[in-house]
Write a protein that binds this ligand. Structure first.
Ligand code: DAH
Length: 337
């Protein structure tokens, strides 16, 4: 029996030598209730009274020996696993990092912000108005009564006969003058809508920026100075502006305003289509009917107003020849700005 116990000890030692030894399986095999050691102890009934304590003591010693060997092996396996994990997960902290892709403003948002900053610098404040608007504010209060031909060029989307998606930012002029007494000096950027099919220069949704100044003694000279400052800041110090007579129902007199081409300086090129000048906006002196409709006395106060397309300014500034690029959101395009 002694030999048998020694054999068990040797077998356990041999099995535990393998680095990947399955310790739980070995514990069950050698020390478990149905294990090899228990089997030997069961056979002790056939021993003499002298042999029994000797074999019993040896069996206990072998049990403790194997238990200790398993515990030591468990500790060794744990240490080895940790060492392997550290090796596998080793980081080279000196390696250059991957720069996270940082987003940026869309060119339209950027240009709108640039425009706002220029006017804020001249003392204007920003006022926003609703995109879903009453016919009254979008047309009637701007001196465009029902059936006025000016409505044709600004056909939009109607929600009811009286409620529509605004076709211009000019209704914010009226909403502001109804609420605020002069002096008024505001700009109003925002989305506008028209029932236009999409092409290189049209979209049913686009953006405008409106301006309005009302006070005592405001003249066309103030309008000109304001727009000249805007044009020079936006397109460069050498930029000139030019007023051409035009008609808008809500201003009198009205003008379309051009800037000298900042690419060719006026000689004529692709951007200005050989003209030397590029149209950028509509403007004029606020019509007395519009002032009167807002309870502002046109004999006491005068004002100027202007409105421009943010898409248009963006396209001119960056030489973009198709408006659709601005809405497709292809990052290869957007990344250039
Ligand atoms: N609202 C006009 C348009 O959409 C642009 C405009 C022209 C605005 C003259 C004005 C202005 O305030 O005075 O075509």
């Amino acid at each position: 029996m002694k030999e048998k116990l020694e054999q068990i000890r040797q077998a356990a030692v041999a099995e535990l030598a393998a680095p990947e030894a399955d310790l739980e399986a070995l514990r069950i095999r050698f020390l478990g209730k149905k294990g090899e050691l228990t089997a030997v102890l069961r056979g002790m009934g056939g021993l003499t009274a002298e042999e029994r304590p000797v074999i019993g003591a040896l069996a206990n010693e072998v049990r403790e020996y194997i238990e200790k060997a398993i515990a030591e092996k468990a500790e060794a396996q744990k240490t080895a696993a940790l060492a392997k994990k550290l090796l596998d997960e080793r980081l080279d902290v000196t390696m250059p990092g991957k720069a996270p892709a940082v987003g940026k403003r869309h060119p339209l948002a950027q240009v709108q912000k640039d425009m706002e900053d220029i006017f804020i610098g001249m003392g204007f404040s920003i006022v926003e108005g609703p995109e879903v608007e009453y016919d009254y504010y979008n047309f009637q209060a701007l001196n465009i009564p029902e059936n006025h031909p000016a409505r044709d060029t600004q056909d939009t989307f109607y929600i009811t006969d009286n409620i529509l998606l605004r076709s211009q930012t000019s209704p914010v002029q009226v909403r502001t003058m109804e609420k605020q007494r002069p002096p008024i000096r505001i700009i109003s950027p925002g989305r506008v809508y028209r029932s236009d099919a999409v092409d290189a220069s049209h979209s049913p949704l686009f953006h405008q920026l409106e301006g309005l100044v009302v006070d005592k003694g405001i003249t066309m000279g103030d309008l000109k100075g304001t727009l000249e400052t805007f044009a020079k800041t936006m397109f460069g110090e050498q930029t000139q502006i030019r007023f051409r007579p035009h008609h808008f129902p809500f201003t009198e007199p009205s003008a379309e305003v051009d800037v000298s081409c900042f690419v060719c300086g006026g000689k004529g090129c692709k951007l200005c289509k050989g003209e030397g000048w590029i149209e950028i906006l509509g403007a004029g002196m606020v019509h007395p009917n519009v002032l009167r409709g807002c309870n502002i006395d046109p004999d006491e106060y005068s004002g100027f107003a202007f409105g421009m397309g943010v898409e248009r300014i963006t396209m001119i500034k960056y030489g973009i020849d198709d408006m659709r690029y601005l809405y497709e959101n292809d990052v290869r395009f957007l990344d250039q700005f």
